[in-house]
Design a binder for this molecule. Structure first.
Ligand SMILES: *Cc1c(COP(=O)(O)O)cnc(C)c1O
Length: 223
């Protein structure tokens, strides 16, 4: 793990770049939430991030989050950004403020039932397979309108927007996927657009992202 002061300095540099991208796009800084992706990094790294002003963190595994959360001091919102198996829906509802990786009606229903039994309304995003990649999780673009309608109707779930991980590609190609996702979000009249990672968050902000998920630029390489 990087020393806490290096994490703070990295965060400051990322913040400057987010602010500059917002300015270029004519957007207010408050329209974009930074989700600091702490997967594989220890609880102390999350504590350092919270201390340095991070408000939202992202994790990709339920088990890792369950182990880590009690060891973190400081509070913030936790986002699940990795694939969720439906048998872990109940744990996910307990651990996360937002589940960004809903990609089927069955999973959304499981989350909704778990949330209701916890007396909670669970914020979720639908993950879209924006590059139509055969190996990747995420809902298909063609099924998206029906899926969104169905998820909206589930009690216990609040559908807040879309999330995607575009295929690896040239900057212009990735930007095209960001644009596609924004067009989908606009057509569905949803609020959030979770897109952009360490390599491409500035382009994502220019294309309308409301949540950038940044790991390595803050916490360092994952070994
Ligand atoms: C790991 C991860 C990120 C962060 O990636 P970095 O390259 O470390 O910024 C963002 N989104 C998802 C879904 C991830 O799994």
């Amino acid at each position: 793990m990087l020393p806490a002061e290096v994490i703070a300095a990295n965060l400051y540099a990322v913040e400057q770049r987010i602010a500059a991208a917002c300015q270029r796009a004519g957007r207010a800084r408050s329209e974009v939430t930074l989700v600091a992706v702490s997967k594989t990094f220890p609880a102390e790294a999350v504590t350092a991030a919270f201390t340095a002003g991070v408000t939202d963190v992202g994790e990709n595994r339920v088990q890792e989050t369950r182990d880590k959360q009690p060891l973190v001091s400081g509070r913030g919102r936790w986002h699940l950004i990795g694939h969720l198996q439906s048998n872990k829906a109940k744990d996910a509802v307990r651990l996360f403020d937002m589940i960004q990786t809903v990609d089927s009606f069955a999973l959304a229903e499981k989350i909704g039932r778990a949330a209701e039994s916890e007396g909670k309304v669970q914020d979720v995003l639908v993950q879209v397979n924006i590059g139509r990649e055969t190996q990747k999780s995420g809902a298909g673009i063609d099924e998206l309108p029906d899926l969104v309608d169905a998820v909206k109707a589930i009690a216990g779930v609040r559908l807040c927007g879309l999330m995607a991980i575009p295929p690896v590609g040239l900057p212009a190609e990735v930007r095209g996927y960001f644009r596609d996702l924004r067009t989908l979000r606009d057509g569905l009249r949803l609020e959030h657009l979770s897109m952009g990672m360490s390599e491409d968050f500035e382009a994502a902000i220019e294309e309308g992202s409301t949540m950038v998920r940044i790991g390595r630029a803050i916490f360092g390489s994952r070994g």
